[in-house]
Ligand binder design. Sequence first.
Ligand SMILES: NC(=O)C1=CN([C@@H]2O[C@H](COP(=O)(O)OP(=O)(O)OC[C@H]3O[C@@H](n4cnc5c(N)ncnc54)[C@H](OP(=O)(O)O)[C@@H]3O)[C@@H](O)[C@H]2O)C=CC1
Ligand SMILES: CC(C)(CO)C(=O)C(=O)O
Length: 307
Amino acid sequence: MKVLVYGAGAMGLYFAGRLAQAGHEIYLKTRSEWGEPTLTLQSPHQTNEVVALSGIFTEVPESLDVDVVILATKAWQIPDVVKDLRGKISSGAAILTVQNGITAPENASECLEESSIVASTCVVIVQRTAPGVVKLLGHEAKLVAGEFVSRNGKGLSTVIDLFKNTPIDLTGTDDIRRALWKKLALISSYGAVGAVSNLSVGQTRSHESTRQMVRDSMDECAQVARAHGVDVTESDIADIFAIYTDGFEEATTSSMQRDLAEGRPSELEDQVGEVVRRAHTVGVEAPTQNFMYRVLLAREEIARDKG
Ligand SMILES: NC(=O)C1=CN([C@@H]2O[C@H](COP(=O)(O)OP(=O)(O)OC[C@H]3O[C@@H](n4cnc5c(N)ncnc54)[C@H](OP(=O)(O)O)[C@@H]3O)[C@@H](O)[C@H]2O)C=CC1
Ligand SMILES: CC(C)(CO)C(=O)C(=O)O
């Protein structure tokens, strides 16, 4: 298939690399070129795989005939990305989002009215170590994907076909909103408690006060989801709380937490900020998320003023 990967950060390089290795025609939209249209994928076993791409460009051509577009920027960058893509890509293309939270597929569906929007939750840890170089830490990605907006009924099946013959595990779901809210409840909760306390998962879960804050925050997020018509169940929350208490390595931190700690713009607004705003619109109390958001917002604003 012919695929545009928009954004050459950690996720963009990783997906571009694995899909090109599987024989797909991959075009990468980056902000600055780095020479030959290749990228380097560093695996956990220290091997460097150099992968050839079909093209790298800094401007999206006015007309691009592709089967799939993978939006691989940070969530807050999606509105500008979809404005850039508007009118340029073939109408039947499936748009795949991989961002945490729920804003990315919503923003994509508002601007790209002719494409099917396939949203996904993605579990992987990848880091860009230099321009065109990405490091995979741990396991290959696991995605759960579903049609967020179906415009031709083919979006999910196209995306499922795309990932066949790659080491990336993709499972389809018919309730992607629930999957997105469930991951949001997990990540916004342990990430924000970790950011506020400046502690890793191993540390926050071994202290009753922070462990309880994570649980309260997850419960609040589930209540907000339900008030918005998305059925995040008690058992979903029990699942994600068990991931937090037993599934993560001791040193785990979320990417939002690491960005905030290092003074970089983070996805605070698309994670905790979004839960707080959506709680407000439906009159749900979310005191834990609210408190954490207000504390972390100052740090976010300082990071963005610097940038
Ligand atoms: N990294 C991970 O392991 C995981 C990430 N995610 C989610 O995936 C999303 C992407 O994360 P990640 O890849 O780590 O983020 P990165 O910041 O590494 O990558 C985003 C990339 O998008 C590029 N970009 C932004 N705007 C444009 C533009 N207009 N044109 C071209 N390129 C653009 C940025 O360019 P520039 O560098 O120039 O700013 C950057 O390279 C996030 O929502 C994150 O939460 C989910 C699971 C795991
Ligand atoms: C939890 C994790 C690493 C899963 O991929 C993630 O999405 C993040 O830190 O942003």
